[in-house]
Design a protein around this ligand. Structure first.
Ligand SMILES: [Zn+2]
Length: 321
């Protein structure tokens, strides 16, 4: 029970959430009890028109496959990468989607006649992870995927900061002599534990480069062992900065790299433990006991988007009735 799916004043019961990624859309339908009633994945279109079209199609397909009429959908929330203006529902610079600037909420609403709300994908995932993990109070969600970013949830609400930058720990430089980051700095956390940066540093072909690195490290390959250590230390640095700056109780780790499961979690835990050894202060924080890994394939991001959509106020909903 989350209360997220409570019926809105128009009597529409279902909240839809979409996590729009570079290659696929993960869509969930959430019922009034807060349970996921249907889920599907569809490819994402490239470019502004195709992105809108694939979102509209995902919502209609989800309704059809889950067996409810589209008229039962009270709201749609979208989590999408890029610079998101949550107030206006506008997305800028979503480079992985071929989107330069898009009035996403307005365009999608035109297509379906349902109110839409848009949020940055990691922030939406943070909200979903908080509810699915049952974390009350304060938590951070650390997303380890191609890139690295975090979302912070305080008392059930996304903490945005003054310019929406809160949680951008991937671009904290921890080694000025380190690898060049896509952002222009050297030695960002993302160059240590971002899947994209690690795959580039590994430089060998393969569909699952991070798994290859781990397997090669297990077999004693020195380059792979170094990169695996980088991953552990980069993720540990991200956890440290989240707890030291926001004092969150728990850091929930999600994103594509969670497919590595225990190998990832145990390594980050060990790096946190080792990093605190010389410091009574850091030891007292017990950081290694404050991380949690989402199960691979968790619907946290799409579920969080549904929660974002459900926060549409009564005033916003009525005009579409
Ligand atoms: Zn950077």
């Amino acid at each position: 029970m989350t209360g997220a799916g409570a019926a809105d004043p128009s009597g529409r019961l279902i909240r839809v959430g979409l996590d729009v990624g570079g290659t696929k859309i993960d869509a969930v339908a959430v019922d009034p009890a807060g349970d996921i009633r249907g889920r599907l994945r569809r490819p994402t279109g490239w470019g502004e028109n195709a992105v809108v079209e694939s979102i509209v199609t995902a919502v209609t397909a989800l309704a059809e496959e889950s067996g409810f009429p589209i008229s039962d959908v009270g709201s749609v929330g979208i989590g999408i990468p890029g610079l998101v203006d949550a107030e206006s529902g506008r997305v800028d610079h979503a480079v992985n989607l071929g989107v330069e600037s898009l009035d996403l909420a307005a365009r999608a609403e035109q297509g379906l006649g349902i109110p839409f709300r848009v949020e940055n994908d990691v922030k939406a995932a943070a909200l979903g992870a908080a509810v699915l993990s049952g974390v009350a109070g304060s938590m951070a969600y650390l997303n380890l995927g191609t890139g690295v970013a975090a979302g912070i949830v305080i008392d059930g609400r996304i903490w945005r900061g003054s310019r929406g930058t809160a949680g951008e720990v991937g671009h904290l430089s921890v080694d000025p002599r380190g690898r060049l980051c896509g952002c222009g700095q050297h030695g960002c956390v993302e160059t240590f534990c971002g899947g994209g940066a690690l795959a580039k540093a590994w430089g060998r072909p393969g569909a699952l480069p991070i798994r290859d690195i781990f397997d090669a490290a297990d077999a004693g390959d020195p380059l792979a062992m170094g990169l695996r250590d980088d991953l552990y230390h980069g993720a540990a640095a991200a956890v440290r900065v989240l707890v030291l700056s926001a004092d969150v109780e728990t850091v929930v780790i999600g994103g594509g790299l969670t497919a590595l499961g225990d190998r990832l979690e145990n390594g980050i835990r060990a790096a946190l433990h080792a990093g605190a050894e010389a410091s009574p202060f850091m030891r007292s924080l017990r950081l290694d006991e404050r991380i949690e890994l989402l199960p691979a394939g968790s619907p946290a991001a799409a579920f969080g988007a549904a929660l974002v959509g459900a926060s549409i106020t009564e005033k916003e909903i009525v005009p579409h009735g």
